[in-house]
Design a protein around this ligand. Structure first.
Ligand SMILES: [Zn+2]
Length: 433
């Protein structure tokens, strides 16, 4: 039998009969007036999900293997923490502002308190958590850094690996080739948390406000299950939504950082009216505004063009290709099998223009970039998404005249609130300087 320290696995009755007493188990479904799943927290009526043999099953977490009323969730209690040496090889240093936040989250953790780090895009969030990671590992603790976004995990993994070279850091996500093994430091998508049970002393959730985490109650349930009873959270976000701040106000310390790493202000979006942007690919006349804009932006930087849907992106890409060297541009979406390669090409400067959907809204950093949003008034662009996209610009190095253009034909609340929040953070940053 494989080890299940801090893990949970769905098993049938005859399987658990063979387990020794280091294992513990609980019913997969609790059945009373309603049925509630102990893995994902979903509740449903008995009639809803009944099998021919009269037992029930949970359809909401079936992608991780079926849990029925005949199933047990088996796990092993984590061994006690033993302090140890941890090799930490980070050569960089924190700015005074980062240091302050970093000290606070370490102190909160030592006092068994949860933290929400509300730090603007490009503030260097990852570096600020190094000390608390190190502290937890040195005390024999187990840590996971989870994010709803695969790209964020992929970008985090090499950076964490580099500063903790002897930790055998695990990177887990849906299609990852890496198989699970017991270790102290895990980077994973939030969906992987369904496989853990009372495993982590410290659970860090990066981009807590991102899809698909935001609004998914089963993920929140899995996350609570994955934390040890005495464990603590650190949430990281540049754009925590109002309802999240409200729900955390009694249980989390909020640490706010308005300053970017390089101490320059966030780039404020320019709002540019674009009549019927939805159809701008239909003629040379209609596309002209975008072409003129791109030519201007390309003098200083490469450009990311955000589109509200894949089909729109493809049509726009085809039209704009008529005006530029097609070798130097491409488009990418979540459905793209070459997604990783294309993002890498953009980073290396192989493209001048990359059309994308909101998959690139966060977690990725490009040098010398300007961004254009086509149809910033589209409903897909919430305030958070707009702030995140604007935050792709001017993230590191010397100032390069990166610009943020919102093309729109209707002013939405999201546009107004995004611009207000960016300006407010810039004012707060002034006070910190
Ligand atoms: Zn379930």
């Amino acid at each position: 039998m494989e080890e299940l320290y801090g893990r949970q696995k769905a098993m049938q009755k005859d399987e658990i009969a063979t387990l020794d007493n280091s294992f513990q188990w609980r019913a997969g479904l609790e059945v009373s007036a309603k049925v509630s799943c102990q893995r994902c927290g979903s509740r449903f009526s008995k009639e809803e999900n009944q099998l021919p043999n009269q037992s029930y099953y949970c359809p909401y977490c079936i992608q991780f293997g079926r849990v029925t009323s005949q199933t047990y969730l088996v796990s092993q209690v984590e061994k006690p923490n033993v302090s140890r040496e941890v090799v930490f090889t980070w050569q960089g240093s924190l700015t005074p502002a980062q240091q302050k936040i970093s000290d606070n989250i370490l102190e909160n953790y030592c006092r068994a308190k949860n933290s929400l780090v509300w730090a603007v895009t490009g503030s260097g969030k990852t570096e600020m958590i190094f000390p608390v990671l190190r502290y937890c590992l040195q005390n024999g603790g187990r840590v996971a850094i989870a994010s709803p976004r695969i790209d964020v995990c992929r970008e985090l993994y090499p950076r964490i690996n580099e500063v903790f070279p002897q930790e055998e850091t695990l990177l887990l996500y849906g299609d990852s080739t890496e198989t699970y093994r017991y270790n102290a430091l895990t980077i994973c998508t939030t969906h992987q948390l369904f496989h853990f049970y009372q495993a982590f002393d410290l659970l860090i959730i990066d981009e807590i406000d991102a899809f698909p985490y935001e609004g998914d109650q089963t993920l929140a349930f899995a996350q609570r299950n994955a934390l040890k009873k005495a464990g603590n959270y650190i949430y990281l976000s540049a754009t925590p939504p109002e309802h999240l701040l409200e729900s955390l106000k009694d249980t989390f310390c909020v640490e706010k950082l308005p300053l970017r790493f390089h101490q320059r202000p966030l780039v404020v979006p320019q709002l540019v009216w674009y009549e019927k942007w939805q159809y701008c690919y239909q003629s040379n006349w209609k596309i002209k505004k975008l072409i003129v804009c791109l030519k201007k932006l390309l003098k200083d930087n490469d450009v990311l063009v955000f589109c509200p849907s894949i089909s729109y992106m493809q049509k726009l890409y085809a039209k704009v290709s008529e005006f530029f060297n097609s070798q130097e541009m491409d488009c990418v979406s979540a459905q793209d099998e070459q997604r990783e390669e294309k993002v890498q090409h953009m980073r290396e400067g192989a493209y001048r223009i990359l059309f994308c959907t909101t998959i690139l809204e966060r977690g990725v950093t490009f040098d010398h970039i300007s961004v254009v949003i086509m149809g910033a008034n589209h409903k897909i662009y919430s305030k958070s998404v707009l702030v995140q996209i604007a935050g792709r610009v001017d993230r590191k190095g010397v100032y390069h005249y990166g610009q943020v253009i919102f093309f729109y034909d209707q002013k939405t609340l999201a546009i107004r609130h995004a611009c207000e929040e960016i300006k407010k953070m810039n004012r707060l940053a002034q006070e910190w300087l």
